[in-house]
Design a protein around this ligand. Structure first.
Ligand code: PRP
Ligand code: XAN
Ligand code: MG
Length: 165
């Protein structure tokens, strides 16, 4: 499938904003930990790595693994492919595991990941309506026609003033 998605709006997230929002996610997750604590955090690479690091730091979880799923080439979506699995001896069926990603959009990535670890809890910082139900905990919802620009995909640059002289 090669659909170009009609994104009308842009939501630009700075490192500072990402840090605040990831900490807000960790704050929410405090009350959702299993009685014996989270066994591990699994970051969905690449976008989930910075959020997972911040969440793991706030919740003092030292065991962090990754699952690598690729589904977009820039803004063009294709079928998600698992490129690298987590240590299955560690994560098992996902019981006690916290999966972290930067966002859920259509939910296709999480569909694949949940098949790997059906009992895991899933948290993202941002969520769009189509994929919202695939996530147990998130912080901010944006509309489906918004493209979220993450700090690792941006750089500071000069902009023209609104009014010339
Ligand atoms: O809900 P979906 O429609 O599946 O989209 C969400 C996924 O898409 C992006 O990852 P991408 O595949 O672009 O890889 P990346 O994390 O390496 O940037 C994003 O980081 C999510 O993982
Ligand atoms: O950087 C991104 N921003 C988005 O809004 C998005 N949706 C899917 N994949 C995405 N990647
Ligand atoms: Mg991703």
């Amino acid at each position: 499938m090669q659909d170009r998605l009609p994104h009308e709006k842009g939501f630009h997230v700075s490192w500072d904003q990402l840090h605040r929002d990831a900490r807000a996610l960790a704050w929410r997750l405090q009350g959702e930990a299993p009685d014996d604590g989270w066994k591990a955090v699994v970051a969905i690479t690449r976008g989930g790595m910075a959020p997972a690091m911040i969440v793991a730091r706030e919740l003092d979880i030292r065991t962090v693994d990754t699952i690598s799923v690729k589904s977009y080439n820039h803004q063009t979506q294709s079928e998600p492919v698992v490129i690298k699995s987590p240590d299955m001896a560690l994560v098992g069926d996902g019981d006690g595991v916290l999966i972290v990603d930067d966002l859920v959009d259509t939910g296709k990535t999480l569909e694949v990941v949940r098949k790997h670890m059906p009992k895991a809890k899933v948290a993202t910082i941002y969520a769009k309506p189509m994929g919202r139900d695939m996530v147990d905990t998130f912080v901010t919802e944006v509309s489906q026609d918004t493209w979220i620009f993450f700090p690792w995909d941006m750089a500071l640059q000069y902009v023209e003033p609104y009014r010339g002289t």
